[in-house]
Design a protein. Structure first.
Length: 240
C-alpha cells in the first residue's frame, strides 16, 4: 500500500490511468510519496460517531433552551467551522461536544456577566448528512451517506462491488486534510489475504476502483470474434 501526498488537487482519472502502467508513483510535479503507511485522519473524524454518543458536528441543528429566559431559547445551526453564534455571548465551540457539554459551556459564558445561575439544555434536532463517494469500476458508483468510519472493503461493497473490468490491485482513497490532498493506493486482494489492515474510509473521502486495460482489450477481441466457430487462442506478448 502506498500513500501519495499532493499539495494541489490531483485528477482521479489521470491517476488511475497512471496506475495501469509500471511507471514510478509520485513522479509528477508537486506529488511525492509520503513517508507513511497510513492515511492521515480527517479534521472532523472525531465527531463522526455512533448515534448513541451524539457528538455535535458541523451543520447540525441544535435546540438550545435557557430556562426562564424565553428570548434566549432558539434553534441554532452549527457552522462549517464547528461553532454556533449565541445571543449575548457570541461564538461558542460546538463541534466535538455532546449537547450536555455545549449546555455547560453556554451556562459558563452566560453566568460570567449576563444571566444569574443560567439553566441551559441543548439537543440535536437535525443531523447533517455526511457523504462519501465511490467511483471507477464498481457496479453502482455514486455518493452515499456515512454516519461513521467504514472500511475500504465495506465502501466498495456499498458501491455494489467491483465490476468485471476492475483492477483490484489499484484501489484509491482520496482524502483532503488541511491544505494537502492524500491518495492511498491499496490492493483489495492484499487486504483480503490479511497482508495489511482494511483501511478506514471517512466522510468526504473518494474511493476509486481502477480499470484493467487488459480485460477491456480482451473483451473487445471477444466481441469482434463472437461469430467464430472454432476455438480462439490468444497470444499476448510478455513484457520483461
Amino acid at each position: 500500500m502506498r500513500i501519495i501526498r499532493n499539495s494541489a488537487v490531483v485528477s482521479a482519472a489521470a491517476l488511475l490511468a497512471a496506475c495501469g502502467t509500471p511507471a514510478p508513483v509520485g513522479g509528477a510535479p508537486g506529488v511525492s510519496v509520503a513517508q507513511s503507511t497510513a492515511m492521515p485522519i480527517p479534521e472532523f473524524a472525531d465527531v463522526v460517531v455512533d448515534a448513541q454518543t451524539q457528538l455535535i458536528r458541523p451543520l447540525d441543528v441544535i435546540q438550545v433552551d435557557v430556562f426562564g429566559v424565553a428570548d434566549l431559547s432558539r434553534e441554532v445551526q452549527v457552522g462549517s467551522d464547528g461553532t454556533i453564534d449565541f445571543p449575548l455571548i457570541g461564538s461558542v465551540e460546538a463541534m466535538g461536544r455532546t449537547p450536555q457539554q455545549l449546555s455547560f459551556a453556554i451556562e459558563q459564558r452566560l453566568s460570567d456577566s449576563f444571566v444569574r445561575d443560567p439553566d441551559v439544555t441543548s439537543r440535536i434536532i437535525d443531523r447533517a448528512t455526511t457523504l462519501f463517494t465511490v467511483g471507477g469500476e464498481v457496479t453502482r458508483p455514486g455518493r452515499f451517506p456515512i454516519e461513521g468510519p467504514i472500511t475500504l472493503m465495506e465502501a466498495v461493497a456499498i458501491g455494489g462491488g467491483v465490476d468485471e473490468f476492475a483492477d483490484e490491485e489499484e484501489v484509491l482513497i482520496f482524502r483532503t486534510v488541511g491544505d494537502e490532498r492524500y491518495i492511498g493506493v491499496y490492493n483489495l486482494e492484499g487486504i483480503q489475504r490479511g497482508n495489511y489492515a482494511d483501511p478506514l474510509v471517512y466522510p468526504s473521502d473518494i474511493v476509486m476502483v481502477g480499470d484493467s486495460p487488459g480485460l477491456r482489450r480482451l473483451q473487445r477481441i471477444l466481441e469482434v470474434t463472437a461469430a467464430v466457430t472454432s476455438p480462439l487462442i490468444l497470444v499476448e506478448r510478455v513484457l520483461r
